[in-house]
Design a protein around this ligand. Structure first.
Ligand SMILES: *[C@@H]1O[C@H](CO)[C@@H](O)[C@H](O)[C@H]1NC(C)=O
Ligand SMILES: *[C@@H]1O[C@H](CO)[C@@H](O)[C@H](O)[C@H]1NC(C)=O
Ligand SMILES: *[C@@H]1O[C@H](CO)[C@@H](O)[C@H](O)[C@H]1NC(C)=O
Ligand SMILES: *[C@@H]1O[C@H](CO)[C@@H](O)[C@H](O)[C@H]1NC(C)=O
Length: 502
């Protein structure tokens, strides 16, 4: 029904200027390929949707709260989250399905490839504040997926099975990825096991080149079809599929009998490109497909959970959407006006030297200090010797892994930085790797106990720089490591920052 969708589309653009009247799922429905799953923590994906977008779980008391749009079809009401999670931490424990199918996403259970670290082997849920953005100037939060985090629905209704046609898109952060398996969104096995080639059809985003790849070093948009990440008809490489890393990235995979496609583009401006459109890959088991109809986010079909990425919105459809329908969805995404907002809310002066004092016991004057390659809190004062004062002094650097955040270079071991390793803090020389840079990057916010500053890990945003038993950790509030102890959490993650002792 192209004429109907054209009318809807035109109405949308003309009617409201900055906000289109038709949401992505209205556009898909007009194209004859209705959404059977619609997930977003940032906005309603139907013009009439007023229901919940996501559920928060607050770590201070384990109570839950739903975040709804500001208006029908509108942006999430981030004030609900900011009020509910004030002076504590929150997780995104459910991402609601806005379609009528009830295909909500919750923490993924253990699978054939990996268990998650949470009780019962579940993967972790995303911290609620890891991916702040604005949509047309209005604040909202995306889903920041660290390694060992992920969501799933193994009892989804209405998703394509066997060789049935389907489409899907997801809006992601093109700068948040890694080379591990597998940051996916889409169709997967219903039992969390690898049940064979062709049992999945999901968007993959990242730089994993173990199976297939596109041009350059990645990251790429590929399709996870199980036992392979595919960029085209060849199992190994499609040089027509470019490295792509727009900050806001529209990613598309769709499939029908012996045809599939990969498309993508900048979600903040412009149009989609088609990176592959043709036959199923040259390998056994992918034609016909054996799709099973579960839904995954942030993991592989067998719960391979080493990957990272950020998800803002995405849908799955019944039927194979036309390029024209997807082009209109892209125009709607661009009109939503995704933009960045700062990750650190307490400013630190890059190049300045600071000391960070414990706020639990001001009298003992304990500061974050290097002790060999470990990081302790130690009593230091102006009468301490110079080497101890230097061990408690840090040079503020622009975050090695993200420019909105900071890295802390040791004053006593120049070229060495605070990084987390197995979530224990260490002082290590910068080895230049992406992993080191990300593990050494910390973002600031108001102190959780109402004093000073709290400093959270960029790549695990629910993990804060904490002292526990006079040792320091990247600790979460009531998490699965012994130093995640909820008692005293707010106090032990709050620091008074002053000019350096040395
Ligand atoms: C947004 O949430 C806040 C906090 O719950 C509430 O006071 C406000 O009325 C909500 N705004 C709208 C438009 O619903
Ligand atoms: C500095 O003081 C600390 C703590 O008293 C001590 O362990 C260390 O040996 C002293 N270092 C020097 C170089 O004097
Ligand atoms: C505290 O640190 C000491 C010394 O490093 C160690 O022996 C002890 O086991 C630690 N206690 C806890 C509860 O972690
Ligand atoms: C931590 O260090 C302080 C002195 O700086 C000391 O009084 C306290 O006993 C230490 N705590 C532990 C658990 O080792």
């Amino acid at each position: 029904m192209p004429s109907q969708s054209n009318i809807l589309f035109a109405l949308g653009i003309i009617a409201t200027g900055s906000r289109v009247a038709a949401g992505p799922c209205d556009i898909y429905a007009a194209g004859g390929t209705a959404c059977v799953a619609a997930h977003s923590t940032t906005r309603a994906l139907y013009s009439a949707y007023t229901g919940p977008l996501y559920q928060l779980t607050r770590k201070s008391d384990n109570t839950k709260k739903d975040v709804k749009p500001l208006a029908a079809g509108g942006v999430a009401n981030a004030t609900i989250q900011d009020d509910f999670c004030k002076s504590t931490t929150c997780l995104i424990t459910t991402i609601y399905d806005q379609s009528s199918k009830g295909n909500h996403l919750t923490q993924a259970p253990a699978g054939g490839a990996a268990k998650g670290p949470e009780a019962g082997g579940y993967d972790s849920a995303a911290p609620a504040t890891g991916a702040p953005v604005t949509l047309d100037g209005v604040k909202a939060y995306g889903v920041f997926i660290a390694p060992k985090s992920g969501y799933r629905n193994n009892n989804a209704k209405g998703i394509a099975v066997k060789d049935g046609p389907e489409g899907m898109y997801a809006v992601l952060d093109g700068t948040h990825y890694n080379g591990a398996c597998c940051f996916d969104y889409g169709n997967a096995e219903t039992n969390s096991q690898d049940t064979g080639n062709g049992h999945m059809e999901a968007i993959y985003f990242g730089s994993c080149s173990f199976w297939g790849s596109g041009a350059g070093k990645g990251p790429w948009i590929m399709a996870d079809l199980e036992n392979g990440l595919f960029s085209g008809v060849n199992t190994k490489q499609n040089t027509g599929n470019p490295t792509i890393s727009s900050r806001f990235l529209t990613t598309i995979v769709k499939g029908k009998p012996n045809v599939w496609a990969i498309r993508g583009g900048n979600a903040a401006s412009g149009t989609l490109s088609t990176f592959y459109d043709g036959k199923r890959p040259n390998a056994n088991g992918y034609n016909p497909m054996s799709k099973e109809g579960a839904i995954i986010l942030g993991i592989g079909g067998d719960n391979s959970n080493g990957a990272q990425g950020t998800f803002y919105e995405g849908v799955m459809t019944s039927g194979y959407p036309s390029d024209d329908t997807e082009n209109k969805v892209q125009a709607d995404i661009v009109a939503a006006k995704y933009a960045t907002t700062k990750l650190s809310t307490i400013a630190l002066t890059v190049g300045s030297s600071i000391s960070l004092q414990d706020t639990t016991d001001a009298l003992s004057k304990r500061y974050i200090s290097s002790a060999g390659s470990t990081v302790k809190v130690q009593a230091v004062s102006s009468s301490s010797n110079t080497s101890l004062q230097q061990e408690a002094s840090w040079i503020v650097r622009t975050g090695l892994g993200h420019g909105d955040c900071f890295s802390f270079e040791s004053k006593s071991e120049r070229g060495s930085y605070i990084r987390h390793y197995n979530f224990e803090l260490q002082v290590q020389p910068n080895d230049g790797s992406k992993q080191f840079a990300e593990d050494a990057t910390f973002c600031t916010e108001a102190g959780l106990n109402g004093q000073g500053t709290s400093i959270r890990s960029w790549n695990y945003p629910d993990r804060y720089l904490r002292h526990y038993n006079n040792t320091t950790y990247a600790a979460s509030n009531g998490g699965y490591m012994h130093f995640d102890d909820a008692a005293m959490f707010n106090n032990e993650v709050s620091w008074e920052i002053s000019a350096a002792l040395a």
